[in-house]
Design a protein around this ligand. Structure first.
Ligand code: SAM
Length: 261
């Protein structure tokens, strides 16, 4: 087995992570390590729990029988816990595979909250939160992030606007009506001085005119245009999140991947 941590499998666990501690993995994670990754006793993995950073751990005991998972032994911390930028995605649910794709990519792009917003033209109204969370965990494991985004229960746009607390900048992806080109908007004083943001994207059919008006009436709203073409909702979300991270988020700060020891 290679000694380079970035080659070791990385798992999200619920356990507290302290030095020289032992804990049992779920049967699913145990099967993944032993049958898919073919790891054996003494081999290394990386674990994180969203609170204690990234840790090196070794396979201490293989699962006995079908009912017991692999026992891991934590060795040392590889990376301290760091928060992701305070960036939310408020997206109208779209067809399942596109929404799954949005959750996966938004996790890689560093959002900390995904808020499904039910609008008048929303066709898909129920979201399988557990499924979305599983997709987010896998994307977090792969993208070396140290947290899992919170995936909230769907709310209607109307009630969300009524309860909006204005503690963050609202960015409206507007394919029609007044809007600034996104790079110009994110280079402007409003975006550059508000570290917390929520990006709003509409459903397949777009926001209805009355919904656009309500969104535009929010105290601090920044309508942005993502170029001259009409993008699919999932593409629009990715494009807006990438622009935010590049111009206002953590891409400028962190130009190198986590320490590859
Ligand atoms: N209303 C459109 C229609 O007529 O079918 C399409 C909506 S688009 C598929 C879904 C969402 O993506 C929109 O509500 C908007 O939030 C975002 N979007 C798509 N293209 C965009 C663009 N060029 N500029 C800004 N937002 C865009």
């Amino acid at each position: 087995m290679s000694n380079a941590p970035h080659t070791w499998p990385r798992l999200f666990v619920a356990n507290q992570l302290i030095e020289e501690d032992f804990f049992e993995l779920s049967l699913e994670q145990s099967r993944y390590l032993t049958q898919v990754m073919r790891l054996r006793e003494g081999d290394y993995v990386r674990v994180f729990n969203g609170l204690d950073g990234d840790w090196k751990a070794s396979l201490n005991q293989m699962g006995k029988g079908k009912k017991n998972g692999v026992i891991l032994r934590t060795e040392s911390r590889l990376r301290r816990q760091e928060a992701e930028p305070d960036l939310w995605l408020c997206a109208a649910p779209i067809k399942r595979n596109h929404f799954d794709f949005t959750v996966m990519k938004a996790t890689e792009l560093g959002v900390c909250v995904i808020q499904p917003i039910i609008t008048s033209r929303t066709q898909v109204r129920d979201i399988n939160i557990e499924r979305a969370r599983t997709i987010a965990i896998e994307a977090a494991e792969q993208s070396e992030r140290l947290t899992i985004p919170e995936i909230r229960e769907p709310v209607t746009l109307v009630s969300y606007i009524e309860s909006w607390t204005n503690d963050r900048l609202a960015v409206l992806c507007a394919e029609y009506g007044d809007a600034q080109p996104i790079a110009q908007a994110f280079s402007g004083p409003l975006a550059q001085t508000r570290p917390k943001a929520a990006i709003f994207t509409g459903p397949e059919g777009g926001f209805a005119p009355d919904e656009m008006e309500k969104l535009r009436s929010l105290p601090e709203i920044l309508p942005v245009r993502l170029g001259p073409r009409i993008l699919r909702a999932d593409t629009a979300a990715l494009a807006a999140l990438s622009c935010w991270q590049a111009l206002c988020g953590d891409w400028p700060e962190k130009n190198d991947a986590p320490e590859r020891v």
